[in-house]
Design a protein around this ligand. Structure first.
Ligand code: ATP
Length: 360
């Protein structure tokens, strides 16, 4: 890898707090790239979300999909699709569209508490591996249409799908990840009621697990899992589950680890990766400089690690490690946004992280 390798990374700010937390992440990464040296990033800004509806007539414009096809990776800000005007509001939302279009099947959602903060469950350090392409989110399950039906005004039906190949590939991700961590996988399902669908999910995960004899496996019903997490989130390592269960559980684990505002995620296939905070667009605090940028920053860290492995550029992994350490040091030294009990703003937290890059 030559000294002047330039990585092109897409930038989609999104809605709500997106225009605050995405630039904060970029600012920190640019500063860290400068500190580490030997690598370079070119950010490719692309339209998405509410502003793209006005400028391009679609929340996820074709121009954006075409540009992303030529990139390995991108940062996606949150979107507030519930506030879009019709017909955009009823269409598949931007992150769903991108996950489906690029078959980003693995949604990796870590929940790790910080030293210096006061999490609900101290010592939490787990990762939810969420299947991203099917399950009980009906809008991911069809080639055309949304997978939801309303035969009459008083009847609504949603379709859930679980397939063996999709479970096999997400289970493999979970077990590979567990091999790099504490070698424990917990399968989350509801096979006592959704016997065929989530039963298939559980059974195929267990089959895949036979290829990883070093990894211990247990499984819980989704409802029981919420209880165990509230009591002892710090006792789990890797959780693997279907789309909707994973979405709900990861809000819970983010909050248990300290705040939804610190919960990162990476959506990936073997070819492409999309960094996206686990939280939404937080319209209640948008435009007030109150948002916690940690989730977006740490999602970007996960993206850089992924890109480093894909391109063979070790400098990107160095940048990722430096940024993560600087964020940890910042929190340890008591600089936190309001959701974590601190008084920092999104911008002052960002500057505090940059100041600490030199000694992280
Ligand atoms: P979505 O369905 O798009 O995931 P949501 O309905 O789950 O969105 P969020 O937008 O994630 O809702 O917000 C849930 C709560 O968490 C809100 O009170 C919001 O202000 C808060 N929140 C979310 N992200 C952050 C953040 N980065 N910093 C501070 N608070 C946040």
């Amino acid at each position: 890898m030559s000294e002047n390798t330039t990585h092109r990374i897409g930038l989609l700010e999104g809605d709500g707090i997106g225009p605050e937390i995405v630039p904060a992440s970029v600012k920190i990464i640019d500063a860290a790239v400068k500190t580490v040296g030997g690598t370079a990033i070119e950010w490719v800004e692309l339209p998405l979300g509410r502003t793209a509806i006005d400028t391009h007539g679609a929340a996820t414009p074709q121009e954006t999909l075409d540009a992303l096809a030529g990139l390995d990776s991108w940062l996606l800000g949150p979107h507030d699709s519930a506030a879009y005007p019709e017909p955009h509001k009823s269409q598949l939302n931007p992150s769903g569209t991108l996950r489906k279009h690029f078959d980003l099947f693995a949604n990796i959602r870590p929940a790790k508490s910080f030293q210096g903060s006061e999490p609900v469950v101290p010592g939490t350090d787990l990762v939810i591996v969420r299947e991203n392409t099917q399950g009980f989110y009906a809008d991911r399950n069809t080639y055309a249409g949304t997978g939801e039906y309303m035969p009459s005004p008083d009847v609504a039906i949603a379709m859930g799908i679980i397939t063996r190949p999709a479970v096999e590939r997400i289970a493999k991700e979970a077990f590979e990840l567990a091999m790099r961590r504490d070698k424990r996988v917990t399968i989350v399902h509801k096979a006592n009621v959704l016997r065929l669908t989530t039963g298939l999910f559980r059974d195929v995960c267990r089959e895949v697990g036979q290829n990883y004899p070093e990894v211990s496996i247990d499984d819980f019903h989704i409802d029981a899992m919420t209880v165990h997490l509230v009591r002892r989130a710090n006792a789990f390592d890797v959780l693997v589950t279907e789309n909707m269960f994973g979405d709900i559980l990861s809000d819970l684990t983010g909050e248990l680890a300290g705040s939804l505002g610190i919960a990162p995620s990476l959506n990936s296939s073997h070819e492409k990766a999309m960094a996206q905070a686990a939280h939404g667009s937080a319209p209640d605090i948008a435009g007030q400089d109150k948002a916690n940028p940690i989730a977006m920053i740490l999602s970007s860290v996960m993206l850089l690690e992924w890109l480093s492995a894909r391109t063979g550029d070790p400098k990107l992994a160095e940048v990722a490690t430096l940024v993560e350490r600087a964020v940890e040091l910042t929190v340890k030294e008591g600089v936190m946004t309001g959701d974590m009990g601190g008084r920092a703003t999104c911008s002052s937290f960002t500057d505090a992280v940059i100041e600490r890059l030199a000694r992280a």
